[in-house]
Design a protein around this ligand. Structure first.
Ligand code: GLN
Length: 483
């Protein structure tokens, strides 16, 4: 078996027993990257030199007898997470040459555990999109079929893990940007509870929705990555002081006594033929592991999309005001202040980002805020209450991740509404703040399908347990894309 295709826990075992070195592992991953990324285009920036010296340092620590699940493990970072001294672009012209003087807390935590950073991955500009085609630089291709999208916005991270160009990656999820690309690329992706993981050093899109989370090759690795990044951070006052449980201890294949709700609103008209059957068959495997499946209803689900597309753009319009060509990032260098704002933002932001800024500004403007923004906040409360209510009788919910498998590059680019529909099943979890995982559960038309497990706030353990039990059932074994 080639080293680049290992999981974290497999590689960790080999490293701990000194059967391989981190330098060998990192070299293999970088070689894989140079062999396939010309076609996939998952990375905006690769960090060969930095990675090799981190790997050497990890080997020195291993030689001294140090241990740890991420020590010496090659990992990719979505290019919206600050990495001290390295270009961090958010896939935007406006930050094309921005080099942050500090790292995100999640990045610092991985670094402290001895992880090796392979590179910064492509995304939709400022994480706005579902296909990675809104990157200002280039689109990423789905490793399973290079004519199709990898999903988004963390499409580069998903594709990098699917194509073995990193053992794992970090992404961010505001409305589905981890779970949707994970589903489309056939890897595991996890959005933690809002407040479980620090957002410090994450370039903000929608601050009440954004969360950082892992992409991995299996659920065991997902627990390891989540463990590494979870927990309170003095730099992010929205992080929770709740203790972080041992996530690996939650992984058990026996689901006896577990009630799983199947919300009927997540099977809608317009889903791709075969999608419902594939996901329901995976749910059957959960039953075989001992879980009880119960029909439930979340009647406000159809309003989630509209609610999200008020709240997220409203917050984005405020967050993106800082890119003014004065403090940092691209500046048009015009002589008058207003002209400089206009030109800097006019040239620096892409079409989708401008669309969000306009939507958000409108939703917040005097005379309209009551009708849009405040109404959306009320809808948000209702959606959250409905989840609270079903979680009184169910330990978790199981749903499809996406209505369709990966679509062709360009297919939805001119139709924002079709693009927004990609996240119909993922964004309710962001609105409610609850955790959700996507685990590969089948193939349709030769492309991966994901199963979503949603759990109550701060109960990541149950989401991991159900996803792990599914994986262990052997119902579906994901192969590797032929690249
Ligand atoms: N696709 C959604 C959007 O465009 C979600 C993006 C995300 O989760 N960052 O807003």
């Amino acid at each position: 078996m080639s080293l680049h295709s290992l999981t974290i826990h497999e590689a960790g075992g080999l490293l701990a027993r000194r059967e391989i070195t981190s330098v060998e592992l990192t070299t293999a991953v970088l070689a894989r990257l140079s062999a396939v990324d010309e076609r996939v285009r998952a990375y905006i920036t690769t960090l060969e030199d930095r990675a090799m010296s981190q790997a050497e340092e990890a080997d020195r620590q291993l030689a001294r007898g140090a241990t740890g699940p991420l020590l010496g493990i090659p990992i990719a970072l979505k290019d919206i997470l600050c990495l001290n001294g390295e270009r961090t672009t958010a896939a935007s012209r406006i930050l094309e040459h921005f080099v942050p003087p500090y790292s995100a807390t999640v990045v610092d935590r991985l670094e402290a555990l001895g992880a090796v950073f392979v590179g910064k991955t492509n995304l939709d500009e400022f994480a706005m999109g579902s296909s990675t085609e809104h990157s200002a630089f280039f689109p990423t291709h789905n490793p399973w079929n290079l004519e199709t999208v990898p999903g988004g916005s963390s499409g580069g991270s998903a594709a990098a893990v699917a194509a073995d160009m990193a053992l794992a990656a970090l992404g961010t999820d505001t409305g589905g940007s981890i779970r949707q690309p994970a589903a489309l690329c056939g890897v595991v992706g996890f959005k933690p509870t809002y407040g479980r993981v620090s957002r410090f050093g994450l370039l903000a899109f929608a601050s009440s929705l954004d969360q950082v989370g892992p992409f991995t090759k299996d659920v065991t690795d997902c627990a390891l990555m989540l463990q590494a990044i979870a927990g309170q951070d003095p730099h992010d006052s929205t992080t929770s002081p709740l203790p972080v449980p041992d996530y690996s201890a939650a992984l058990q294949a026996d689901l006896r006594g577990i009630r799983l709700g199947v919300p009927r609103e997540y099977f809608v008209e317009g889903m791709q033929p075969g999608m419902e059957e594939t996901v329901r068959s995976a749910m059957g495997a959960l039953q075989a592991q001992g879980a009880e499946l119960v029909d439930v209803s979340l009647p406000a689900t159809p309003y989630a999309l509209a609610t999200y597309y008020i709240i997220a753009p409203a917050e984005a319009s405020a967050n993106l005001a800082r890119y003014d060509g004065i403090r940092y990032g691209y500046s048009a260098g015009a002589s008058s202040m207003w002209e400089n704002y206009d030109l800097t933002r006019g040239v620096g932001f892409g079409t989708e980002v401008k669309r969000r800024i306009m939507l958000g500004t409108y939703a917040l403007s005097e005379g309209y805020a009551d009708q849009y923004y405040r109404q959306a906040q009320k809808a948000r409360t209702v959606i959250k209450q409905e989840f609270d209510e079903v979680f009184r009788s169910c330990h978790a919910l199981v749903t499809p991740v996406t209505p369709t498998v990966a679509f062709r590059l360009g297919q939805r680019l001119d139709d924002p509404y079709q693009m927004y529909l990609c996240d119909a099943f993922t964004l309710p979890a962001n609105i409610a703040g609850i955790p959700g995982i996507s685990v590969p559960c089948g193939m349709l038309d030769g492309l991966p399908v994901g199963l979503q497990v949603l759990a109550p706030a701060f109960d990541e353990s149950t989401a991991l347990r159900v996803a792990y039990a599914y994986e262990q059932s052997g119902h579906f074994r994901s192969g590797k894309p032929a690249l």
